[in-house]
Design a binder for this molecule. Structure first.
Ligand SMILES: Nc1nc2c(ncn2[C@@H]2O[C@H](COP(=O)(O)OP(=O)(O)OP(=O)(O)O)[C@@H](O)[C@H]2O)c(=O)[nH]1
Ligand SMILES: [Mg+2]
Length: 434
């Protein structure tokens, strides 16, 4: 039986969120909805939601103390022991709330990490999650340790509490470095495996969690990998080879992104994200049926930039068009997609317009095959500004040793010949003048 079919509701929780009164309320609503889905994915039963608009964030208690008392009363009556927060909390906020309400306090990162822990299947992803969890709690504990050693130890003294804290700290550090070593060794193995893919055209499916990446992967490869209306259904990349006449294409499904993704997770999952970094083409899958499309695109682009994959050509795939309701939403989507060069509307589940993706991939392949590298001395300023304008978004590298730019361009033969002529002429003049 699939492990995920055995799910039981484990714990009753209350979700808590505060927002700025003069902030973007729709964004907060989206965050709240997302937290509910995260909680559902983590097998938690949300029995109530408490929110409060504030003139400014509360650094000590996160939410007003009156509201905390109200939550406290509710939890006592309805026998709820855990509060889940829509945001991350500082160590002192978490400590304060936990003491004030006598409940377990779970913040956004901890909730996400618990889902990652539930969904981890392979040994590398299990270790990556444990590493991220330890690093996150370590960063929180470090503040408490500092606090304790100030009150227990004082200057020049060594209290009994301090030595226990020291032992705990050393144990955690030891486990962290053990896991880091292990993960690095496994990374090397996967790196070796990846080397065999060098002759493939590598396509990676990227996007916000629940966008429909795995559904599209299944549709494109006629596979049957796990798809679910839950967050972070996929943690381990999954690849499959496709054939396109002579070119071998390798398609990879990857872990989904989320706003305010815990930084420890990004670094722990770096080896999984290598599939994205190594790709020749990204299919950025977007759930077009939900509000907050642009915010989610923005979050995904942020991670892509963080891992230095932002110069990889990209196709924007607006998915779930079957579920878009109302003409206004359709117009909104149209206006969003207009700002992207390559965008396609599909329904991965209903297999609508899949041919458009295959056609676009063929087009990108042709472009890649026509790609040419051109090295242009920095003195040829007008040629450089012409190329920057015409081929904005193409790869451009500064070569320090010969003071020139190297462009990788998908360019016609005639234009390539024309540019080469200008460069040759420049070098000829240099030679005559030397
Ligand atoms: N209505 C509709 N639902 C879809 C479509 N494509 C996917 N879904 C649903 O969206 C949910 C998420 O799909 P997945 O393919 O698991 O999404 P994912 O991007 O791989 O998600 P993670 O692995 O969690 O990051 C599932 O319930 C799918 O059935 C679509 O075209 N239309
Ligand atoms: Mg998936």
């Amino acid at each position: 039986m699939n492990l995920r079919e055995e799910k039981k509701v484990l714990e009753r929780i209350v979700i808590v969120g505060s927002y700025l009164k003069n902030g973007n309320h729709q964004e907060f609503e989206d965050l709240l909805e997302e937290t509910k889905l995260l909680a559902k994915t983590a097998n938690l039963d949300t029995v109530n939601v408490f929110t409060q608009g504030l003139p400014k964030y509360k650094s000590d208690s996160y939410i007003g103390k009156g509201k905390l008392s109200e939550i406290n009363e509710y939890c006592k009556v309805y026998n709820v022991n855990t509060l889940v927060f829509v945001d991350n909390l500082t160590p002192s906020q978490a400590k304060f709330i936990s003491k004030y309400t006598l409940t377990n306090v779970v913040d956004r990162t901890e909730l996400i990490l618990s889902i990652f822990a539930m969904h981890a299947r392979t040994s590398i992803s299990k270790m990556q999650v444990e590493l991220a969890q330890l690093e996150y709690s370590y960063s929180k504990l470090r503040n408490l340790w500092q606090h304790f050693s100030r009150i227990v130890g004082g200057v020049g003294t060594k209290g009994p509490g301090e030595s226990q804290l020291e032992i705990d700290r050393r144990l955690v550090q030891k486990r962290i470095s053990f896991l880091k070593d292990k993960v690095n060794t496994l990374k090397k193995v996967t790196h070796e495996q990846r080397k065999n893919r060098e002759n493939f055209f590598k396509i990676a499916l990227v996007g916000y969690t629940n966008a429909g990446k795995s559904t599209l992967f299944n549709t494109l490869t006629k596979s049957d990998i796990y798809v679910a209306d839950e967050l972070f259904a996929t943690l381990d990349s999954k690849s499959k080879i496709l054939f396109n006449n002579e070119t071998k294409i390798i398609l990879t499904d990857t872990v989904g992104f989320i706003r305010n993704i815990p930084t420890t997770l990004v670094s722990s999952f770096h080896s999984t994200l290598t599939d994205v970094i190594d790709a020749d083409l990204l299919l950025h899958v977007v759930d077009a049926s939900q509000s907050g499309i642009e915010a989610r695109i923005h979050e995904v682009n942020k991670v892509i930039k963080d891992i230095h994959a932002d110069d990889i050509p990209k196709i924007m795939v607006f998915n779930k068009i079957d579920a878009i309701e109302g003409i206004t939403s359709k117009f909104l989507l149209k206006s969003i997609s207009l700002s992207y060069n390559n965008s396609i509307y599909i329904s991965a589940r209903n297999k609508t317009n899949i041919a458009a993706i295959t056609a676009k991939i063929q087009e990108m392949l042709r472009l890649k095959n026509n790609e040419k590298k051109i090295t242009i001395p920095i003195e040829l300023k007008s040629l450089i500004s012409f190329l920057d304008k015409k081929y904005s978004g193409s790869k451009k590298l500064y070569l320090e040793e010969n003071e020139s730019y190297e462009y990788t361009l998908s360019i016609s033969e005639s234009e390539f010949a024309e540019i080469k002529k200008q460069i040759d002429k420049y070098h000829e003049l240099q030679f005559i003048n030397s």
